[in-house]
Design a protein. Structure first.
Lengths: 261, 168
């Protein structure tokens, strides 16, 4: 990215809705690029929803997702219906995908020759039951939370690089990101003091505070791009936090010892 | 043996990143607190007292005989008769850190600075604290119980605790 694009991106971050607006004009290159960017951002979460939320095998989920994008998003111009007044875009996308999947299953069964006492047609209810997670949307939202955080981390890293502040990134990455993301031990204080040439504990701690503030600012910026404008990014972050915390509590309750079958 | 739950780690990691929250408070292990205490001890006063660092330079210049500009906290507290003005400055810095919700220094280190300055002043016969002896004893007892308080720092605090204990 050029410096001018970087500055423009920072000063006027693209809102999700302006991105959607541009994507609607898919006749031009900018519109197609916007649509590609939009789909790339949501695809991991949609895939997680199908595979883990609805227990659809990976290959089948990939087919369904490709079909959804080709038939609904592109062919039927789904985005025309994604109006801001209808609430969160991710919720809209999820509901539409669920309807598409249910329709696909119905069409498949209808196309098969069945015995007189054979299988009944798959209804919407059956399609829902195909996923046995307590809340199928949870997989989508969890995957989306990961996407949002990963984007915020990447933006912070890029900002530190542009600003010549890799000391901030090194500290944040080694103390916060890597321990959270891959479970590695945080780099210890003495190591960081030596590596970054920090003169006092106050300087070290202040630097870590600055780094956390920078990450939080980027996290808010990412969520602001798609959050409901009436609610704002903090409400969206809290919503994602609650979902992740709920998933953690549920995982604790359903953990089984290895030797119990 | 219980099941290894890798997804639980993923959940906890994601929770941590979504909940950066109180940006001014950081988690440090005891070993790191020991390293920070040593770092603070070895750092020149004119760098290590935050917004009071400038005042440290001014006070150092007024000492007689004049103390070096690069005097460290450890060197100050190691003197039999350290300048009370500088000890008060260290105590002020600690109080400011304790009272500032955004201040990033760990509260354990702040407490160490406070009590170390008070003990050094009391040892020189020029008390700088209004705290009652019982409160001072409690604070010193807690610090002496911390494994990360080591070396000459521990020696200073234990001697102060013992002197206060003798006074009843």
């Amino acid at each position: 990215m050029s410096l001018e694009t970087d500055i423009a991106h920072d000063a006027f971050p693209e809102t999700q809705w302006s991105l959607i607006g541009r994507a609607k004009e898919r006749g031009d290159a900018a519109g197609r690029e916007a649509l590609t960017q939009l789909l790339r951002r949501y695809q991991p979460a949609l895939r997680a929803h199908l595979e883990r939320g609805k227990n659809i095998p990976t290959e089948r989920a990939a087919d369904l997702l490709q079909g959804f994008i080709a038939d609904k998003v592109i062919e039927q111009n789904l985005l025309e219906h994604a109006l801001q007044s209808k609430g969160r875009f991710r919720s809209f996308l999820l509901v539409t995908l669920n309807h598409y999947v249910a329709s696909s299953f119905r069409a498949e069964f209808a196309a098969k020759r069945t015995p007189t006492a054979g299988l009944r047609a798959l209804t919407d209810q059956d399609a829902e039951l195909a996923g046995n997670a307590p809340d199928p949307a949870e997989e989508f939202t969890y995957a989306w939370a990961r996407t949002v955080v990963a984007e915020a981390i990447e933006r912070m890293r890029a900002e530190c690089q542009r600003a010549g502040r890799m000391d901030l990134w090194t500290l944040f990455d080694s103390r916060v990101v890597r321990p959270a993301w891959d479970g590695s031990e945080p780099s210890d204080y003495a190591q960081l003091v030596a590596e970054l040439g920090l003169a006092t504990p106050l300087q070290a701690c202040a630097l870590l505070t600055t780094a956390k503030r920078m990450f939080l600012r980027n996290l808010r910026a990412v969520t602001a791009e798609y959050a409901d404008p009436d609610e704002g990014p903090d409400a969206e972050i809290n919503d994602l936090k609650e979902l992740v915390a709920y998933r953690g509590r549920r995982a604790q309750l359903t953990k089984r010892p290895r030797n119990q079958d | 043996m219980s099941e290894v739950d890798t997804s639980q780690h993923d959940v906890e990691g994601l929770s941590t990143l979504l909940d950066v929250g109180d940006v001014g408070r950081h988690q440090w292990k005891p070993k790191e607190l020991a390293e920070m205490a040593s770092h603070q001890w070895a750092a020149p006063l004119y760098l290590s007292l935050g917004t009071f660092s400038g005042q440290a330079i001014h006070l150092l210049a007024k000492t007689s005989p004049q103390l070096p500009t690069r005097l460290t906290l450890g060197q100050l507290l190691g003197q039999p008769h350290p300048p009370t003005s500088l000890l008060r400055l260290v105590k002020q810095f600690a109080k400011q850190c304790r009272g500032d919700a955004n201040h990033p220094l760990p509260q354990e280190l702040v407490m160490l600075l406070y009590y170390a300055s008070v003990v050094a002043a009391e040892r020189a016969g020029e008390p700088i604290s209004q705290l009652p002896p019982a409160s001072l004893r409690r604070g010193l007892r807690w610090l002496c119980e911390q494994t990360w308080v080591e070396g000459e720092i521990r020696t200073l605090l234990e001697a102060g605790r013992d002197r206060l204990g003798e006074q009843g």
